[in-house]
Ligand binder design. Sequence first.
Ligand SMILES: [Zn+2]
Ligand SMILES: [Zn+2]
Length: 73
Amino acid sequence: MRCLDCAAAGTDSSTVGVCQGCGAGVCAGHARIAPRRLRHGSLLGASREAEARTVICPVCAAAEAPTAIALTL
Ligand SMILES: [Zn+2]
Ligand SMILES: [Zn+2]
């Protein structure tokens, strides 16, 4: 798969992930990582939170996750 944003700009690069917002492929330069909190545990037991991640494209990041960070390799 090719990065949608790179393809739109006329360049060609392979993807490192898929945007969870719009489904577009994103390359390392366009990928944004947003933290996603998961809650574990039952109603009776003590719950704990774990931090997972979501890969999104720059367009979705600007719209729904302004705190998303660029991927640094
Ligand atoms: Zn790209
Ligand atoms: Zn997107």
